[in-house]
Design a protein around this ligand. Sequence first.
Ligand code: AMP
Length: 226
Amino acid sequence: MAIRRAVIFLGPPGAGKGTQAKRIARLCGVPHLSTGDMMRDAVSRGTDLGKAVGPIMQRGELVSDDLVMKMIEERLAQPDCAAGCLFDGFPRTLPQAEGLDRILERSGFGEPLVVDLAVGDDKLLRRLTGRRTCSVGGEIYNVYDLPPKVNGICDNDGGKLVQRADDTAEVVKQRLAAYERATKPLTEYYRSRGVLQVVDASVSMDEISRALGEIVKCAEGRNGHL
Ligand code: AMP
């Protein structure tokens, strides 16, 4: 029987959660659930949710727990999440973590596997200000550390690479402060339950992927299950 497991990538903005979550989710054939991506999508489509969260994201502040939980609950009810999923950028507060615990228990998932992508502040600024995202497929590059073959163009689909509106130095400062205040305490929350693993995320993206692959262990033949 398939193991129903949720994997959570914790870590500050710029730790490489998005890049790694995309890689590992693709490798394991499970959905990658990024609350940031979902809300950016809502902003670009101009939905009611997008209109509500756009200005908050623009300031680098956290969106309310209620809105985030509602979005996650709806997404987790989709059949593609049945065998497991990978969370990136969620949970970000203690109430979100507690809410997720209740949902996972109700849906018959076991304890989540939580990985903290640990990296010092000096690397974060370089990662965030150098980040570029494909406007078509969402692939993530970095002009310093993970550049595309052709400047400004995605290797995968030829899409134009764009910089996120909240990757400016001013907003990054707010996002890092929100992480320290609201999200960092989650490492202790999960460590005390014995479900936390820590990965050194100051090394190259490929090295981080290798370390994560060993922890998540979605071996061949288990495709579609974490
Ligand atoms: P990210 O793409 O994960 O860096 O998120 C970008 C922005 O979206 C954050 O700075 C927040 O404004 C908002 N956001 C994303 N995920 C959450 C969450 N789980 N809780 C609250 N706000 C979030």
